[in-house]
Design a protein around this ligand. Structure first.
Ligand code: AMP
Length: 433
């Protein structure tokens, strides 16, 4: 490997730089606010788990387990996988820490990186970020709607326009019969299907419904619809789910072909898509996974959850909201001469203690170069400290938003910055830290 190649991230991986991260942090904060209103609490699970956890829960025949996991052996020879998604980990944690004790329903959310060795494509990364939520311990369709309402209200707050697609994928009782129907039909049309579909017709016929290949579409359209083959309980559940969506005034579209890529879903499955995302239009995917805990050796427990692609959400955030996340500095302290530099350091310390975001130049550049730096930092005010200011203890405070300037002492500057609208971060009232 040459020296040069060391200076690049791996394919599908990227650095998130400070300018970009302001958007991410804004979304993360909004998420905490909104999810908190629905009494969801954060959980953080390890980035690595035993490979078997994902293989068993996601399903051997899925693309994720079959082709996309970053799996390796650690020093003890154990097979380890970088998490491709977090639901399995959350369910594991729920069982491991006996979180079912004491409370009927447990509501958890997470944010963090996931890893899938996917083919390179726009909107797909090999390290990508998800915000997700899981509800354990309730099989009521109303909790599904409450969870969807939560993510929908977050997206509304962020002014992101989306569409909700819903379906029922049946349960252990009705789905096998439907899959047999599907398999029989697929065998009949095998000659017309793409290679992936032909393979999936045998290994995982439901996934054929997901196929995007143009020439397969007329044949897939002829396949039986799962919603016409649900058992009585699944039909009741799906009806109640739709009723609660209507009661919550959440628009939706029933999409019988929506099956999701993971094996563990039962009954309700949903996606939130955005036309603004292009080919990779899925923003949120989720559904019900009663029984997953048992598959992993845990107690029987109902589960419902979703994962949202943060990388994609960031792309959808409208620029017109940018004043909400653009980072600004309240005060830049420009100094001329060694003594002024020391005074600037001392004043910055004082203002920071009061809660203001302050910055100064350490390169002892000219006033002009310092002002350039102030500009780059998106500064609202510049304080100029020269010989006269040092002697008098009164400094020239320039407000760059309206070009006004005033001569003020340190205490007056604090009062001025505390005026409503004068700084991004209002100092806490009372004494400093
Ligand atoms: P999934 O876990 O596959 O249901 O994905 C849930 C959401 O995560 C998707 O709707 C996407 O928004 C996002 N997502 C999944 N895979 C990727 C990826 N490779 N790159 C970026 N976002 C992804």
């Amino acid at each position: 490997m040459t020296q040069e190649t060391l200076l690049y991230t791996l394919p599908g991986m990227r650095d998130l730089l400070p300018d970009e991260l302001a958007r991410w942090q804004f979304i993360e904060q909004a998420t905490r606010d909104v999810f908190g209103r629905y009494a969801f609490r954060e959980i953080r699970t390890p980035l690595m788990e035993a490979t078997e956890l994902f293989a068993r829960s996601i399903g051997q025949e899925t693309d994720i387990v079959g082709k996309e996991m970053y799996t390796f052996r650690d020093q003890s020879g154990k097979s380890i996988t970088l998490r491709p998604e977090a639901t399995a980990s959350v369910v594991r944690a729920y069982a491991q820490h006996a979180m079912y004790r004491g409370s009927g329903t447990t509501k958890l959310y997470y944010m963090g990186p996931m890893f899938r060795h996917e083919k390179k494509q726009k909107g797909r990364w090999r390290q990508f970020y998800q915000i997700g939520a899981e509800v354990l311990g309730s099989d009521h369709p109303a909790i599904e709607v409450e969870t969807i309402e939560m993510v929908k209200s977050l997206l509304d707050m962020l002014e992101v326009k989306v569409q909700l697609l819903v379906n029922s994928v049946g349960c252990g009782r009705c789905r096998p019969q439907y899959i047999e129907l599907l398999r029989a039909d697929l065998q009949r049309m095998a000659d017309h299907l793409c290679e992936d579909c032909r393979r999936r017709s045998v290994t995982n016929p439901l996934r054929v419904l997901d196929c995007k290949v143009e020439s397969c579409q007329p044949y897939i359209e002829q396949l039986p619809r799962i919603t016409d083959h649900l058992c009585e309980e699944c039909t009741l559940h799906f009806n109640l789910f739709r009723k609660h969506l209507t009661m919550a005034a959440i628009p939706f579209e029933v999409t019988p072909r929506l099956v999701r890529g993971l094996d563990y879903y039962v009954r309700t499955a949903f996606e939130i898509v955005s036309v603004d995302l292009g080919a990779q239009n899925a923003l949120v995917g989720g559904g019900r996974y009663d029984g997953l805990s048992e598959v992993l050796g845990g107690p029987p427990v109902s589960g419902f959850g979703f994962a949202m692609g943060l990388d994609r959400l960031v792309m959808l955030l409208p620029d017109r909201l940018s004043s909400l996340w653009v980072e600004t500095t309240d005060l830049f302290l420009a100094h001329m001469g060694d003594q002024a530099f020391e005074r600037a350091l001392e004043l910055a310390r004082t203002f920071r203690r009061e809660g203001f975001r302050c910055s100064l130049d350490f390169a002892s550049g000219s006033l002009k170069s310092q002002l350039r730096l102030a500009n780059r930092l998106n500064t609202r005010h510049v304080l100029i400290i020269g010989e006269d200011e040092l002697a008098s203890g009164r400094y020239l405070l320039k407000d760059l938003s309206d070009s006004s300037q005033r001569q003020l002492g340190a205490e007056e500057i604090i009062q001025h910055l505390r005026l409503p609208g004068a700084s991004r971060h209002q100092a806490p009232s009372g004494e400093g830290a």
